[in-house]
Design a protein around this ligand. Structure first.
Ligand code: GLC
Length: 442
């Protein structure tokens, strides 16, 4: 079995479930050109609020449908932006007027979402932005939408960051008190000077600005089982984080901590680049690319949090639905190679063009074949260890045997390998999988 760094929060469900839905939804769905639009285009509060706040009217919002689509795609949990960097809140916070109930939406949008996803048996996660480009006490820094404002210093003279951190803590208290069990919290994000290539004179923010140590205590006190991400700038603090969050890239191997111990991890990824709804982006990944991503992540012991940016009308657009449904079609038959699975044990080399996942409970090994070979596939290190093999899509037997003498003589396989006889015709599924029932005396 793999030795994994223990978490303070409950990660048992998380490493079983493997596949979740990220939801980025807020005022930025209306401009429809990235959730950072306010920052990128340096839009003033007045402009941003005049344009979008009175027009946020998600009249087609149907959280039951969102939950159904996510669940049918094979996702087991979700994580929604309660507030993003623009400061707009989707729930009925008592600490601000800058919230969905005061727009034409007219109500708390988080509550029905939590109910709908829970009814599908899905776990509940909140993404909460540490950053806030709307709050009048949030000190303007080098990332702020007002970073180039001619009166930046004058504005800052009137700002007290600690008043903002009180607000932040107060809102977290609401979120972790009023919505029942919250399984996961994705705080986003810290950017202190000197870290990750930022120069020493960079005006950023970190644990002091958020009062991160108090914030994590509050979080765990209100929701003792909650699993917390790694963006509070508390990497060196005991209990300061539970899981790592590589964003928009694939780690080469299972990520480890400083001592080299494997950690719980989840990569978050978009369909097309932007997290918020983006009308004009055309770099959408295909269903097959997305499935490969999911498989690859699990083959390295991780989770995939895949993002949808719903529209201002409150819908998942057709491009997102097509991908979710395509993934669901594959998951319907192949979820067994994902849920409860992890990396194969050391000593089982991955064959060329394949990814391996392994379920330690059932002791089955899954060979995901990215490029279909001609008739035979040899797996090193498994001679005498496999009881039975089948294609996962139709449970048809795959015949196994020792590599032939001629195969070994001509470099076709090693003596310690087992050879699978595959059909010449590739099964008509996005990624074919062979399920190997391993012998129990491994
Ligand atoms: C980033 C971005 C952001 C997105 C998030 C998802 O840090 O600021 O817009 O919400 O990552 O992980």
């Amino acid at each position: 079995m793999h030795q994994v760094r223990p978490t303070t929060g409950d990660s048992d469900w998380f490493v079983q479930d493997r596949f979740g839905l990220f939801i980025h939804w807020g005022l930025y769905a209306l401009p429809g050109r990235h959730e950072w639009v306010k920052q990128r285009e340096e839009i003033s509060d007045e402009d941003y609020d005049a344009r979008y706040f009175p027009r946020f009217d998600p009249d087609l919002y149907d959280p039951e449908m969102w939950a159904a689509e996510a669940s049918n795609a094979g996702m087991k949990y979700f994580c929604v932006t309660t507030k993003h960097h623009d400061g707009f809140c989707l729930w009925d916070s008592k600490l601000t007027d800058y919230k969905a109930p005061n727009t034409p939406a007219g109500r708390d949008l988080i509550n029905p979402m939590v109910t709908a996803f829970r009814e599908r048996g899905m776990k509940v996660g909140f993404y909460h932005s540490l950053i806030d480009w709307h709050h009048p006490q949030f000190r303007i820094d080098d990332v702020h939408s007002m970073r180039n404002h001619p009166e930046r210093d004058a504005h800052n003279a009137n700002r007290e960051q600690s008043k903002y951190s009180d607000y932040l803590h107060g809102q977290v208290r609401e979120l972790l008190t009023n919505y029942g069990k919250v399984d996961l919290l994705f705080y986003d994000f810290s950017y202190p000077a000197g870290a990750r290539g930022r120069p020493a004179e960079f005006d950023g923010k970190g644990r002091q600005d958020w009062q991160s140590e108090k914030l994590i205590q509050l979080t765990r006190q209100l929701q003792p089982d909650i699993l917390v991400d790694d963006r509070l700038d508390l990497m060196d603090v005991e209990g300061g984080w539970d899981y790592r969050t590589p964003e928009q890239f694939m780690p080469r191997e299972w990520p480890t901590d400083d001592s080299g111990t494997k950690v719980v991890w989840e990569t978050c990824q978009t369909f097309s680049g932007s997290w918020g709804y983006h009308r004009d982006e055309s770099s959408w990944k295909s269903v097959e690319q997305l499935l490969r991503m999911l498989i690859e992540v699990v083959s390295k012991g991780g989770n995939l949090l895949l993002n949808v940016g719903p529209t201002g009308r409150g819908e998942f657009d057709e491009r997102a639905l097509q991908r979710l449904r395509g993934m669901g079609e594959w998951m319907r038959r192949h979820a067994r190679s994902i849920y409860g699975c992890t990396a194969a044990e050391a000593g089982v080399p991955t064959p060329k063009d394949c990814r391996l996942t392994w379920n330690p409970q059932t002791n089955r090994l899954y060979v995901h074949i990215f490029a279909w070979p001609y008739k035979q596939l040899s797996l090193d290190g498994l001679a005498g260890k496999v009881e039975y093999a089948q294609l996962l899509n139709d449970a048809s037997e795959v015949f196994l045997h020792e590599p032939s003498a001629q195969q070994m003589e001509m470099g076709g396989a090693d003596a310690g390998a087992v050879t699978l006889d595959l059909p010449v015709e590739r099964p008509n599924v996005d990624i074919p999988v062979v399920e190997l029932f391993l012998k129990s005396n491994r």
